[in-house]
Ligand binder design. Structure first.
Ligand code: SF4
Length: 195
């Protein structure tokens, strides 16, 4: 098995997809990391800066985690591996979905090299579709709201949340239980298991 550092060099040289702004894989990983964040794909601001979650979505995510930038970007603590590593381009309503070839190609070899991950945060349906297993009341067709409502099904290994994008402002307003119930539970988990 090649070391993580060499695998990351391969990922950063990846040109598998045809992309409007060209490939620029943005991710962070270190063998010591214990918290893994799997989101969707970089937006244009992240593409420009090469820094993951360096945008309004990231600001909200850090607020949810109650984490300063310094801790959030400490790759010995937090791995950031989205469903696609490059900006996918614009669609009719917002950015295009992450190209599935990215997670299909890279996630498994990357995760094999992260033996210390204890908590995985799945932000949005794409990440959840790939990593959640189904039993009980829910199945793969369940809505994001149903999944988040049943967060305890997968916690504490996986935490199921909406994407923190400003586009989800309305969802957050309609579902105040998320900020009242799920976020405090997640913060308590972080405090007790990761700090
Ligand atoms: S999105 Fe992923 S698979 Fe596509 S070019 Fe970027 S790193 Fe490669």
């Amino acid at each position: 098995m090649i070391p993580l550092i060499d695998l990351l060099a391969d990922v950063r040289a990846c040109t598998r997809c045809e992309l409007p702004l060209g490939p620029r894989p943005v991710l962070r990983a270190h063998e010591d990391a214990e918290l893994l964040i799997i989101g969707q794909a970089p937006g244009t601001r992240v593409h420009e800066t090469g820094i993951p979650w360096n945008d309004p979505s990231g600001n909200r995510l850090r607020e949810w985690l109650q984490m300063e930038r310094e801790e959030f970007y400490d790759e010995r603590k937090v791995a950031i591996i989205p469903m696609a590593f490059c900006y996918p381009g614009k669609g009719k309503s917002g950015d295009l979905p992450p190209p599935s070839v990215c997670s299909e190609t890279w996630h498994e070899p990357l995760l094999e090299r992260l033996p210390n991950i204890r908590t995985t945060l799945l932000l949005g349906k794409y990440a959840q579709d790939r990593y959640l297993s189904w039993d009980g009341e829910l199945d793969a067709k369940s809505s994001l709201t149903e999944r988040v409502r049943h967060w305890q099904t997968w916690a504490p290994e996986y935490w199921v949340m909406p994407h923190p994008s400003p586009r989800n402002q309305l969802w957050l307003r309609r579902n105040p239980w998320f900020e009242a119930e799920v976020l405090p539970a997640f913060r308590e988990h972080l405090q007790s298991r990761h700090r």
